[in-house]
Design a protein. Structure first.
Length: 201
């Protein structure tokens, strides 16, 4: 995959970086942990500039973030209510929890969106609760941009500084992503298994 990503960046430059990061945001299995360090490596060789790479990556990722936000906002909280009524066990949600989450998000949504953008795996789904719970668009874009730019800066700068050893970024970040996925899967399984007891309370 790394070779294909490098070829696309070589051919399309900044536009290629933006397209890849857009695709990574919409389709998370395409790893930003490979895309941005490779782009940083190209910058270290003078083919691109580091600020340009960071900007292109952030713009592409933000386009994907806004797409997910728009889809989630169109789903809306009313449709979510219907889904919870029909499939609450498998969504592991009841309406009281959604109401509590809505209040929490109203108080801490900006922090959640900003910090969430720099957490592997989580960063790709942050837009969904923001859209469903109707976080105002301007703050969503502002805090998403701050977090997303921080993430692309970290990865691109690492690739720029590490040079041919850019693969070290994925070796360190990859296990963190895997651990987060495992924790989320276990948490989901626990939520499904204890659904009846939580409903009784």
């Amino acid at each position: 995959m790394g070779q294909w990503i490098q070829q696309l960046i070589d051919q399309l430059g900044y536009f290629g970086v933006a397209v890849l990061m857009f695709a990574e945001t919409v389709f998370p299995p395409l790893p930003s942990e490979v895309i941005m360090p490779l782009a940083g490596l190209r910058a270290s060789r003078g083919a691109l500039s580091l600020p340009g790479v960071i900007t292109a990556g952030a713009v592409g990722a933000m386009a994907g973030n806004i797409c997910w936000y728009a889809v989630a906002r169109m789903l809306g909280i009313d449709r979510l209510h219907g889904l919870i009524d029909r499939h609450g066990r498998w969504l592991t949600l009841d309406w009281k929890e959604v109401e509590r989450a809505k209040g929490w998000f109203g108080r801490h949504g900006a922090l959640f969106v900003c910090i969430g953008r720099i957490v592997p795996t989580v960063r790709s789904v942050v837009s969904i609760p923001a859209g469903v719970l109707r976080m105002p668009f301007a703050p969503f874009v502002l805090w998403s941009t701050i977090g997303t730019t921080a993430w692309t800066t970290i990865l691109a700068t690492a690739g720029y500084l590490l040079g041919q050893r850019y693969g070290a970024v994925e070796r360190y970040v990859g296990p963190i992503s895997t651990a987060i996925i495992v924790v989320l899967v276990l948490w989901y399984g626990w939520r499904v298994a204890t659904w009846g007891r939580r409903r009784e309370r």
